[in-house]
Ligand binder design. Structure first.
Ligand code: SAM
Ligand code: FES
Length: 344
């Protein structure tokens, strides 16, 4: 079966047994990571793209059972950045070399369609050479269209799990798998560079769910894929669950690189949280993006999705300096570029 790794990437779908072997089998994972790294270098060389992450609100009307900022968590600190604060983050980010700004937040009803559109168009006016990525959850198709017209280039909406029964175990009944998926298809149809993604090691997840994730990615062909370990948050129903592991997460990053050779795949903050070298190891297993935090340090601790999140005390300049050293030590190079997906 280890010949299977040599045969990747392949156009054919793998069988259940083949997927099962690759995901949980007893074999030398370094071979898989090296193969993923080789494929990543064929398409992107040693370039690592940086995205300036601006966490614009910790208010959320959703109640995902795993998330520290879920609406039922009465202990969560809540904040919302003003327009001026967001522009100040962008100004600082631009100086530091960022050419993509990611506006991410809980699903905050204060963020009306017009409010977000105004901010997107203003950022694009100030920085025409920059890409704007939104990650503001599930919205009506019309909102996505208006924001795209306002200039938003990309949208991140992790599918979280490609199994409907599993999705239902992670979310309350009013949050449906169908709606999440419908939003993803809308985003792609509208013309966004679209990001899907999932947590590794989330409660109730088994290998069959990870196989479903791989099959969904193959079918949907997202441009970006965010993959991070699940990490418990002490004030959620999953507080006693264990985190996803480093090996399992790196395996899924590498397999994703092999089924989507051109994808933009971040080495996530969550990966850096479960292991001191997690992000470097992610890069060496096929990831090619890092997302240092540009949010004001005063509010960082309140965007608490899971426990022990790293980089909550560092200023943006310290974070990018640290990231540059880490990326270089891993054998790659941070690139000052919008970092769009390379399509044939
Ligand atoms: N509200 C937007 C959305 O739903 O896409 C963006 C913000 S949401 C908090 C960003 C991502 O954080 C989610 O897609 C989820 O995968 C991740 N996340 C939330 N809680 C987590 C946890 N306990 N461990 C790891 N990742 C988590
Ligand atoms: Fe943020 Fe190291 S990347 S402090």
């Amino acid at each position: 079966m280890t010949d299977l790794i040599d045969s990747l990437p392949t156009d054919r779908d793998l069988s259940d047994d083949e997927w099962r072997f690759l995901i949980e089998g007893d074999y030398d994972r370094q071979r898989l990571y090296d193969k993923a790294d080789k494929v990543r270098r064929q398409h992107y060389g040693t370039d690592v793209y940086i995205r300036g992450l601006i966490e614009i609100s910790s208010f959320c009307k959703n109640d995902c059972l795993y998330c520290g900022i879920r609406r039922s968590n009465a202990k969560a600190g809540r904040y919302r950045l003003s327009r001026e604060e967001i522009y100040a983050c962008c100004a600082q980010g631009y100086e530091l070399g960022f050419r993509t700004f990611v506006l991410q937040g809980g699903e905050d009803s204060y963020h009306t369609t017009e409010w977000v559109a105004g901010i997107v168009s203003s950022i694009k006016e100030r920085y025409p050479d920059c890409a704007v990525t939104l990650s503001l959850g599930e919205r009506p198709r019309e909102d996505y269209e208006i924001w795209h017209k306002a200039g938003a280039d990309r949208y991140l909406l992790r599918h979280e799990t490609a199994s409907r029964p599993h999705y239902q175990k992670l979310h309350p009944p009013e949050q449906t798998f169908e709606h999440r998926m419908e939003c993803l298809y809308h985003l792609k149809q509208i013309g966004y560079q679209t990001g899907a993604g999932f947590m590794v090691g989330s409660p109730f997840q088994e290998t069959k769910e990870l196989i479903a994730d791989m099959r969904f990615l193959r079918e949907f062909q997202p441009h970006m894929v965010g993959i991070g370990p699940f990490i418990p948050h002490h004030d959620t129903p999953f507080s006693d669950c264990s985190s996803g592991t480093l090996e399992q997460t790196l395996t899924m990053v590498a397999l994703t690189r092999l089924i989507l050779p051109q994808a933009l795949i971040p080495a996530t903050t969550a990966l850096g949280t479960i292991h001191p070298q997690g992000r470097e190891l992610g890069l060496k297993a096929g990831a090619n993006v890092v997302m240092p935090n540009l949010s004001p340090v005063a509010v960082r601790g309140q965007y608490s999705l899971y426990d022990n999140k790293i980089c909550t005390g560092e200023e943006a300049a310290e974070c990018i300096g640290c990231m540059k050293r880490r990326v270089a030590a891993a054998g790659y190079r941070i690139t000052i570029d919008r970092g769009d997906v390379k399509l044939f």
